[in-house]
Design a protein around this ligand. Sequence first.
Ligand SMILES: NC(=O)c1ccc[n+]([C@@H]2O[C@H](COP(=O)([O-])OP(=O)(O)OC[C@H]3O[C@@H](n4cnc5c(N)ncnc54)[C@H](O)[C@@H]3O)[C@@H](O)[C@H]2O)c1
Length: 519
Amino acid sequence: MKPFANEPVLELRRAPVRARLEEALREHDARPALQVPVWIGDDRREGDELLSTDPGDPERVVARAAKATEADADAALATAQRGSKAWAATPAQRRAEILINAGQWLRERRLEAAALAVRECAKPWPEADADVCEAIDFLEYYARGAVDIAQGAPLLQVPGEKNTMAYTPRGVVAVISPWNFPLAIPLGMTAAGLATGNAVVLKPAEQSPGCALMIFRALREGGVPPDAISLLPGEGDVGAALVKDPRVHTIAFTGSGAVGLEIVKEAATLRPGQKHLKRVIAEMGGKNCVIVDSDADLDEVVPALVTSAYLYAGQKCSAAARVMVHEAIHDGLLERLAGAVEVLDVGQADRLGIDVPPVIEREAQERVARYTEEAERTGRVAARAAEVPERGWFATPAVVADLPSDSPVLTEEVFGPLLAVERVKDVAEACDRVDASPFALTGGLFARNPDTVDYVIDRTPVGNLYVNRSITGAMVGRQPFGGNRLSGTGTKAGGPGYLLQFVEPRVVTENTMRHGLVV
Ligand SMILES: NC(=O)c1ccc[n+]([C@@H]2O[C@H](COP(=O)([O-])OP(=O)(O)OC[C@H]3O[C@@H](n4cnc5c(N)ncnc54)[C@H](O)[C@@H]3O)[C@@H](O)[C@H]2O)c1
């Protein structure tokens, strides 16, 4: 296998590339809505209890999915339990080849997959394309990582003794995923489970079953055996049924803090017949802060903040939510940021060049409006985007300021295009505020003094700190990603240690002194 390299994103500046995207979207729109079945082993049950619609045009149905029930979860786990044995016995090299085949299948359909993400989750083209690339990266990266793990770990050897440490698959993995990276996140967690020899039951977000079908097909077409991967489109109750089941060994969850904490609690309860402790990998929400020191270059800071806070309408878990600005430059930065927010191009995800697409659903639109009203009531809305389309779940991007320190706008995850600016007397005070937060996912710093950079690195609790750049866009292998504190278990998806969560180490010590032969 060649060394891992990130899948290159499309060159959207080139007109022929853009023309291909438009063609892919036309083809997507010409096809009927996707039918997403509950797919367990070789059994498929179609249905249309779950409708996924275009957030920019809620009348447009993108996928009709069957809604998995608890009985389906039961059947999927029985299949996974059976399938896990043969899959675990498949050599790691062969499993890796299968995942790389799946990556190739997706690569050949990258425009189709991106068009689907544009429609189903209102991902603007650059983000949709990046989501496909990241999905392929996870397949390629974990395939290689699992082959390395299969070599075991070197141990100290002494005369007369042979020590080996091997990693064996844990068994059945339940993957429960969110909608905001509808391809990369479910595929990443699933690929990690499969690469290390576990059978996987995938329960994708109810908002993005179409994208889940795309990655499921990639895995099946790549050669994953039917009883090693099942698809359960459905709602939270199916996820909860998987979490409680004693046949599940590992739960790979990405989503909100409230659901993550519930999963951690439920997974800790021993059920009848259960002979193991479940392991939970939980990647949850954040309240990501960017610190701006007095010597920062505002020409760099303003565009980076706009990207961090408003790209994909602030619906990346890494998005900036709070900016803590040195008092010497607070007013100047806020004024420039307000100017940038007023002119944000808020529009449909399929239009190239927009800044902010709609949010995922009506509930999200209402949530953002509620927090903005709260900010207006207790502080100040410094600017709003001037023009926002009527049709679709658009939330008005805004920048707010002068909030009381206990404002929910500063302490709760909004998950939308709302950025709060705070005045601090120095970087130390900003670090104190960051440290007071129970979240620790991403963070940012703009400063030119290397001592300040070192100081903040030393003090920050966050899982991913970005210095003098935007705080979103982690790349597999380059920025292993995951939060600390209540933002997650810190296992770092796309990083060297991630796969160890899906295996169990076993050490064998053999006395190699001669004892004579048994004949
Ligand atoms: N830390 C990260 O890497 C990361 C990445 C992406 C998203 N997120 C977070 O995800 C959230 C947005 O995603 P969302 O709205 O899909 O999150 P969510 O928690 O509402 O849903 C996530 C998944 O959990 C399922 N679920 C709901 N209730 C359940 C229950 N009781 N038991 C088991 N499963 C259940 C849902 O059906 C869905 O598949 C944000 O908080 C965001 O910060 C975090």
